[in-house]
Design a protein around this ligand. Sequence first.
Ligand code: B12
Ligand code: SF4
Length: 491
Amino acid sequence: MRVLLVSANREQIPDPVFPLGLACIAAALRNAGHRLDVADLCFGRHPLRALCEQVAVFRPDIIGLSLRNIDNAAYPLTVDYLSLHREVVDTLREVSQAPVVLGGSGFSILPGAYMEALGGDWGIVGEGEQSFVDLLAALENGVDPVGLPGLVTPGVSPAATSLSVQMTPVQRPKTWWQGLRPARDLFDYARYVRRGGMGNMQTKRGCVFKCSYCTYPLLEGNRFRCREAGDVVDELEALQRDYGPHPVFFVDSILNFPRGHVEAICEEILRRGLKVSWSCYATPVKLDRRQAGLMARAGCDGIELGSDAADDSQLVQLGKSFDAETVERASRYCMEAGLKVCQTVIFGAPGETEASVRATCRVLRRMHPVAVVAMTGVRLYPGTPLTGSLVEQGLVQQDEIGLLPAFFVDPAVAEFLPGFLQQQAQQAGNWVLPGLVPPLLPGSQRLLRGMGISGPLWRLLHKPWMHYFNSNKFRRPNTSWGVPDRKHKLL
Ligand code: B12
Ligand code: SF4
């Protein structure tokens, strides 16, 4: 079949992100013998016009539309991408009669509601390599595809297909990676490396932890499905060979768990003498001196430590599997090993008090991370333990968890939080508050990348000149939840 794959993502903050998921789908379809074309809407002034021209030339039999983000997950500067996605589907409908299949992590979070809102012909929840191939085979052979794993059909009730209540179980093959190399050659990967400063790769799927607000176990499953280290490093090596030396971000939920996984990858990188700088998300759980040292020697130059809080009671509330002491210890080991640490935290989750906010800030100051990214309020997703418990307690209504992005801020800190955090941010100089003050805008980002700065930009926040610019953003702290400067449109 002639399949057009469209990546709808146009977000440039914190960086343009290469559509790795769609490149995996493309690889699976190509392996299955389909003719492919891809349309990536990330760059360019008139991506929809270009899309129309492409459709007219390629004349697809079917269109796969990848929806990575539904919103920017930041509060109160929330950006909802629904209208953008509607525009893409409307444009496709104007120029083609080909059925449109929706997929991607954003779609998978709200499949029923998104099917209804966009009027897709089919949808696939979760990883789509096998399911999309199976759907095309069924359509080609005139077989009814209903019942295929992860398939969403039109007309389903929005609530019936939230991630926790699947119509048909999602497919999660254990050896998902075998024979699968993302088809980067069909996209302009090099442009992402130039503009985003990094490439991306996945070394495993799933997460065993049960953090109360998190969608990752829902999206990827609650078991780790790890690739073999040799296979990971083969891909890493090929990337450096094919596109020139460039930093890579490992997109795994957390790279350093289960024990042994990242160690095996690092040892293989060292054994081959591969020189590449990379970064990742990490958990403080079991992060010890040996692990940190090995990661640093194998080229890791930055980790985003998903501590979420550094106050024991809040860590329990968030369902984290560690305490504040573990956070401090892990951070110390990383810094001793020479790894740059970005602490990611969430303020305002249920149970938050002024005392717990202050306690977390105290520990953050003590740890001296290179950067702190602090979210104000917690994003409520359907199917997570947190949303379930808030609905059960009557603190949130079920129908509030739908197409419109929903956030929770504990009333106990609602007045205090924005002003206090902006004060902290101004004093520290290395904080980012994505929901309160716009982070680095695309213009400045382009400038820095143009100057040849690669890797995650948060690593610059320890530089004195960055401190100066960054803390200036918080000079006139806004003490209410009002958006300080609405003229900064994020998209
Ligand atoms: C790594 C990551 C990042 C990294 C990316 C680094 C990099 N260079 O790649 C960073 C930190 C930069 C980042 C930033 C953001 N992220 Co992010 N990110 C992730 C994460 C953990 C993995 C994404 C990934 O690459 N997965 C691997 C690929 C292979 O999987 P996939 O994309 O899901 O694709 C599979 C399926 O979805 C499906 N599929 C995909 N497309 C299609 C198409 C069709 C037709 C079909 C049938 C199937 C299909 O099949 C694919 C292969 O199995 C996800 C969470 C998660 N576990 O998925 C969040 C996630 C995608 N991010 C999210 C968000 C919100 C953001 C930000 C907006 C946050 C912010 N304000 O900064 C930005 C946006 C950046 C941008 N420019 O788009 C949300 C999106 C949900 C939402 N609320 O909209 C997620 C889901 C996390 C969450 N909160 O639940 N992110
Ligand atoms: S927050 Fe991180 S560790 Fe916790 S469940 Fe999500 S991905 Fe796993």
